[in-house]
Design a binder for this molecule. Structure first.
Ligand code: DX5
Ligand code: ZN
Length: 218
């Protein structure tokens, strides 16, 4: 499995969104990471359907949607219609997680589950075989630009073992505080998708920064 970089559009310049989408299209980035926040599950509101529709119109790479919302089941078909290729829901927001995962797949998308920093990997034991992606939050969800939580490495390791044990081919995504300083160590711990928001869009040369990250993750 190759190692992927997913710039988080949350850190883009929304007054120049098309420019930033084209930058990602023309870069070595692999996916677009799209953060949807509802102001209930997390203490912040990002953007919703009309913005995702606009992004989808221009994006030429996989669209990886990270839902930080309560009741995600209600919107699964909507996100499929809006062009999401991967739909990730939070473990902490789903009462019937198994059912939610099946519904995402039935809508034609790949299914992901995100874990908050306090949620242990072990809660995924009975659904890991069903999953295409697990997103380990390396910050508390809600905001870009926060610093990386070091305990993440241990969780990546545990998840890598769980995946090997269950013979699933689920991808391990890391979201929050990713930079050139932790990228290599995360890959070594067993991650294979790194989300980077402020590190990419806050850089003087985002295209080069993406290329540097790709170089680090190999
Ligand atoms: C945080 C979001 C992240 C965020 C990452 O709640 O899920 O995807 O955009 O931003 P950085 O890379 O700046 O931590
Ligand atoms: Zn995210």
């Amino acid at each position: 499995m190759s190692n992927l970089i997913a710039p988080s559009v949350l850190a883009a310049d929304f007054a120049n969104l098309q420019r930033d989408i084209e930058m990602v299209n023309n870069s070595e980035a692999d996916w677009f990471h799209i953060d949807i926040m509802d102001g209930v599950f997390v203490p912040n509101i990002s953007f919703g359907m009309p913005v995702l529709k606009a992004i989808s119109k221009h994006a030429k790479k996989t669209i990886d949607v990270h839902l930080m919302i309560v009741n995600p089941d209600q919107y699964i078909q909507t996100f499929a219609d809006l062009g999401a290729n991967i739909l990730t829901v939070h473990f902490e927001a789903c009462t019937h997680l198994h059912r939610t995962i099946q519904a995402i797949k039935a809508a034609g998308m790949k299914a992901g589950v995100a874990l908050n920093p306090h949620t242990p990997i072990a809660v995924l034991e009975d659904v890991i075989a069903e999953l295409d992606l697990v997103c380990i939050m390396s910050v508390n969800p809600g905001f870009g630009g926060q610093s990386f939580i070091e305990n993440t490495y241990k969780k990546v390791n545990q998840l890598r073992h769980l995946i090997e044990f269950s013979e699933s081919n689920c991808q391990i995504e890391i979201d929050g505080g990713v930079t050139n300083l932790n990228a290599n160590k995360l890959i070594e711990a067993g991650a294979n998708v790194l989300v980077a928001g402020s590190y990419v869009f806050g850089a003087e040369n985002p295209t080069e920064t993406i290329a540097d990250l790709k170089n680090i993750v190999g």
